[in-house]
Design a protein around this ligand. Structure first.
Ligand SMILES: *Cc1c(COP(=O)(O)O)cnc(C)c1O
Length: 374
């Protein structure tokens, strides 16, 4: 059983996708054209924001959003270390320095109580990461950021359609950043990302920065980047956006079944779910009390692919030595990294497949020592 099944979704939409590509090619308007503009409007409407600006990737969405809200070289940006490396990479690209804080051990999301003590004179922004499709408590975070005059840029790259406190991911901060990498809840068949915002200045700044700092041809107000989205990807994402809610519903159903089936397994701990949240289960992650790697091998022998998101927190990566240098201690983040296991989840995952995963996990953990000695 694969960890994700991208072919199933492609097969179901194949005719529509190919037609959209053919139409885009026939028009021969391949960059910043009608599909990009339409997708920007449709995605903003979906998220409940005034604007959305498409860019080259989720990483560039974060990078350009940081610059658009005024983050400058030497500034500090608070975020977490248990995320895809791009969250921190984008901060480095903007010339700023990531300051990592620890996580809430129940949810694995940023611990709001740690934000205050991480703030210094140079802190300009916070990037909350809606990890695994599970939203940070944005109401509280926005109040905290407002009181300390900090910008908030949501990393919603795993949270298309997630909702908490009455608003969607990407609709809370000065900017929301999305990835359409192919395995995300809403994925292109190449690279693309999106910045959402209610602020026309952020919108205009991201538009300039994605196209060499230009707002009209060969007029460059600033030096920017080449992060232009392409029409072929936009055309395909538009086809898929119409299905996002039904896919998220299918993920929710699968996640609910996992939770029900796994709560009786003594050595499997489920992550805490916020009661006021509607998560979109980009990943379904559990914590194992012990023997995570042995359990993972056992599942693999049974033909069940799993993942670890992420095995090495960013502050322990070799790349970090060059930047932070300091001895950051994030004990909860490190502890989580040694215990997490991501189970297969995707909209097309069948009840039968899900039962197989649960049974195999039960067998693997029941005799914790067994996987090694079988
Ligand atoms: C995927 C992802 C990114 C980067 O998106 P790309 O489109 O791959 O550049 C950033 N942050 C998180 C949390 C992600 O999952």
């Amino acid at each position: 059983m694969p960890f994700v099944d991208l072919k199933a979704q492609y097969q179901a939409l194949r005719a529509d996708l190919l037609q959209a590509v053919a139409n885009a090619l026939d028009s021969m308007q391949l960059f910043l054209g009608p599909n990009v503009r339409a997708l920007e409007e449709e995605f903003a409407a979906y998220c409940g924001t005034k604007y959305a600006v498409a860019v080259g990737s989720g990483t560039s969405a974060l990078h350009l959003a940081l610059r658009a809200v005024g983050v400058e070289p030497g500034d500090e940006v608070i975020t977490v270390a248990n995320t895809f490396v791009a969250t921190a990479g984008a901060i480095i690209q903007a010339g700023a320095r990531p300051v990592f804080i620890d996580i809430d051990p129940g949810t694995h999301l940023l611990d709001l109580d740690q934000v205050d003590q991480a703030i210094s004179q140079r802190t300009r922004a916070i990037i909350p990461v809606h990890l695994f499709g599970r939203m940070v408590d944005m109401k509280s975070l926005m109040a905290l950021a407002k009181a300390r005059n900090l910008s908030v840029i949501e990393d919603a790259c795993q949270a298309h359609g997630a909702r908490r406190g009455g608003k969607l991911a990407g609709a809370w901060g000065q900017a929301g950043c999305f990835s359409f990498y192919l395995s995300k809840n809403l994925g292109a068949y190449g690279e693309m990302g999106m910045v959402t915002s209610d602020d026309a200045e952020v919108r205009d700044a991201v538009r300039r920065l994605r196209d060499h700092g230009s707002s009209s041809k060969y007029q460059h107000q600033v030096f920017g980047f080449n992060e232009r989205p392409d029409e072929i990807q936009a055309a395909m994402v538009r086809v898929k956006l119409r299905h996002l809610d039904e896919w998220n519903d299918a993920r929710e159903l699968a996640a609910g079944r996992y939770r029900e089936a796994l709560q009786s397994l003594p050595s499997v701990r489920l992550l805490d779910d916020a009661a006021d949240g509607q998560h979109v289960h980009h990943l379904f992650v559990v914590e194992l009390e012990s023997q995570r790697d042995a359990v993972r091998s056992y599942l693999s022998e049974k033909g069940i692919e799993t993942g670890i998101h992420y095995p090495v927190p960013i502050h322990l990566q070799p790349a970090w030595r060059t930047f932070g240098g300091s001895d950051v201690a994030l004990p909860r983040t490190e502890r989580a990294a040694s215990r997490i296991l991501s189970l297969p989840i995707y909209p097309e995952l069948s009840l039968g497949q899900l039962s197989l995963v649960v049974e195999a996990l039960d067998a693997a953990t029941r005799s914790t020592a067994a996987p090694a000695q079988r």
